[in-house]
Design a protein around this ligand. Sequence first.
Ligand code: APR
Length: 257
Amino acid sequence: MPSPIETVAALIRDAKRIVVFTGAGISAESGIPTFRDPMTGIWAHHDPEKLETADAFRKDAALVWGWYMWRRAHVAGAVPNAAHLAIAQLARVREVTVVTQNIDDLHARAGSTDVIHLHGSLAQPKCFACHRTPAALPFENPVTSEGLRIEPPRCPRCNGKLRPGVVWFGENLPAAAWKRAVLAAKECDVLLSIGTSGVVFPAAEIPIVAHHAGACVVHINPAQVAQPSSREFCLIGRAAEHVPALVSLLGPADLPS
Ligand code: APR
């Protein structure tokens, strides 16, 4: 009787198209806290879901911008972990589309080239007033280790306040990214759902779309986030443990040189 990981490795071996759907948990082992982790520093008493809103920015732009600048500095100091690297390696021997809820750039820095950011990116701020993205990135603000309130820079076009180029609660996902992600989910043979609690919609719809379209869905998470069923599997454990193990189980003909 093959082990769960051997079963999943066989699914990947037989797959042509793979979607890798990731959440904050895949970056946890790079030292970036997930949304279910307690907040620290000056934001310890803030609820991320309250800070990730246009209202919070209207009320206290410096607090929200300071939080994102601290997060950006934190990401800049982090490195892709073995899970990010294994996904990039897998893409050298299978057609892999990464659909991430994360706003960090660790997939790209690990070498993944086809990455769809459903919730935007820390790397690209935009104007709160005219929605344009400035050509030059205004990240000269000093960020302490615990972060601080920082007045957001101004838009060079309309002098409005710059805001993080991410999707806040109550905002729509970028239409082109959503369309591409749904198409990839509908066309894939296997969807690996890695490090996500699967509670924030519409992003959490992606594994459901893939399953309804006939794909096998594999959840990789230390928590049991789904009930195994037909064509749905759970590998309980850390991403940086299971993902490299899966890639190493592919036959020698599959392993990238
Ligand atoms: N490996 C794999 N999974 C892990 C690891 C790990 N090392 N550590 C934690 N996890 C799992 C947790 O068990 C949890 O299920 O990662 C998941 C993280 O869940 P959330 O913090 O809810 O993050 P995510 O699912 O990405 O949240 C979705 O919510 O706050 C919004 O916009 C934000 O994109 C985010 C969205």
